[in-house]
Design a protein around this ligand. Structure first.
Ligand code: AP5
Ligand code: MG
Ligand code: ZN
Length: 214
């Protein structure tokens, strides 16, 4: 199964990708996570993308496609993967299509209001990347990861001005992908404004249908 998760920032792509990836034994490939890793390690790529990410702008298609291509060439993706946050522009989608055949694009539908609330309360584990929310999904101990005991932090782009900019960038540059994949018969909507369990249930049904059809 080669899947793309599309949707606004904060729609819950990462949360659901992590859960369903574990269930199905598929790697979650998040370009956002890969860029954050590069920033954390202070690599040349990290230095180039740090301020772009903080402002909530998109990294260039050239850098992003090169990163995704390299990641999708690794052996753990041979049986499939979940692309979380890539592609995000039409040129990225076209580049992907030139070297991979995908089975479906799942569109996470969620209102801006819900997105802003989710992003303003998000916390991430510095060590393992687990995602929490101060109200919706609090850790057992404040500021500490349940999974690994790591420290929880607020992402640099989860501040209100950056959140607003990410939503604008999403509308302008990423939303056109909905039409792109719909036109190719690959788009499937799910309601991600509900609880994680409900969204996961909807997604499991959809994947069953896709497996039967494929
Ligand atoms: P990226 O890391 O991909 O960020 P994003 O797309 O803005 O999406 P988020 O990770 O913010 O949201 P999500 O949908 O994963 O939500 P989550 O599950 O965490 O990209 C970051 C940056 O990297 C970009 O701005 C850009 O600069 C660069 N970049 C990355 N990819 C790129 C590309 N392809 N091209 C160019 N540049 C690129 O959930 C959010 C919160 O809500 C959490 O707190 C969670 O606990 C909570 N939550 C989730 N689901 C629920 C639920 N059902 N109910 C209640 N709370 C929930
Ligand atoms: Mg994410
Ligand atoms: Zn952790």
């Amino acid at each position: 199964m080669r899947l793309i998760f599309l949707g606004a920032p904060g729609a819950g792509k990462g949360t659901i990708a992590s859960a369903i990836g574990k269930e199905l034994g598929l790697p979650q490939v998040s370009t956002g996570d890969l860029f954050r890793e590069a920033v954390k390690n202070g690599t040349e790529l990290g230095l180039r993308v740090k301020s772009i990410m903080e402002k909530g702008e998109l990294v260039s298609d050239e850098l992003t496609v090169a990163l995704a291509r390299e990641r999708l060439g690794r052996p753990d993706t041979a049986k499939g993967y979940i692309l979380d946050g890539f592609p995000r522009t039409i040129p990225q989608a076209e580049a992907l299509a030139s070297f991979q055949r995908i089975d479906g694009a799942v569109n996470f539908l969620c209102s801006d209001e819900v997105v802003v609330r989710r992003l303003s309360g998000r916390r991430i584990c510095r060590s393992c990347g687990a995602i929490y929310h101060v109200e919706n999904m609090p850790p057992r101990r404040e500021g500490v990861c349940d999974r690994c005991g790591g420290e929880l932090y607020v992402r640099d782009d989860d501040r209100i001005d950056s959140i607003r900019n990410r939503l604008r960038v999403y509308r302008e540059q990423t939303e056109p992908l909905i039409g792109y994949y719909r036109g190719r018969g690959l788009l499937h909507d799910i309601d991600s404004g509900q609880t994680v369990e409900k969204s996961l249930g909807e997604l499991r049904k959809l994947l069953k249908k896709l497996r039967k059809a494929g």
